[in-house]
Design a protein around this ligand. Structure first.
Ligand SMILES: [Zn+2]
Length: 156
């Protein structure tokens, strides 16, 4: 049995935080970081025990489509394996049917490779940035546009 960590890794926590920043209305009912006592008993070698795993609630109505994430996150170098709706993808073995007791119908399970626990880089790079970031960006572009209106010396 893997010892149970007191805190999930920053990388795992970042998945949930970044998802909430992108989709503030998302459902969180099946979110998970550290395991419950029942979960530890049922699955003593789960990556949740070490804090290197995270469950993200499937909520396509509010933007969190775990089928899309399952596809996209295969490219993320931090991911060791993904489980969603009866399918498991692992970095080492690719796709196969998931035979565990919980078929993961309501959430995507993400296991993070050892050594990537502190990597909080953007987990959803294929999605536009949250509105707050867009605002900052548009302010920046405005300043750039204003500067453009001033003719450069060679245009005189
Ligand atoms: Zn999980």
């Amino acid at each position: 049995m893997k010892p149970v960590a007191k805190k999930a890794t920053p990388a795992a926590i970042a998945v949930l935080r970044q998802a909430t920043a992108l989709w503030p209305k998302r459902e969180k009912a099946s979110d998970g970081l550290l395991p419950s006592q029942a979960h530890i008993k049922q699955n003593p070698n789960s990556d949740h025990n070490t804090g290197y795993a995270v469950d993200l609630t499937h909520d396509p109505k509010n933007g969190v489509d775990c089928a899309v994430m399952f596809k996209e996150l295969k490219r993320d170098p931090r991911v060791s394996y993904l489980i969603f709706q009866g399918v498991i993808w692992s970095f080492n073995n690719g796709l196969s049917a998931y035979k565990g007791s919980n078929p993961h119908m309501k959430h995507l399970h993400i296991s993070i490779k050892d050594g990537y626990g502190w990597d909080t880089y953007d987990w959803f790079p294929w999605v536009g940035k949250p509105k707050r970031w867009n605002n900052l960006k548009s302010k920046f572009t405005k300043v750039k546009a204003m500067k453009k209106e001033v003719p450069s010396p060679k245009e005189y």
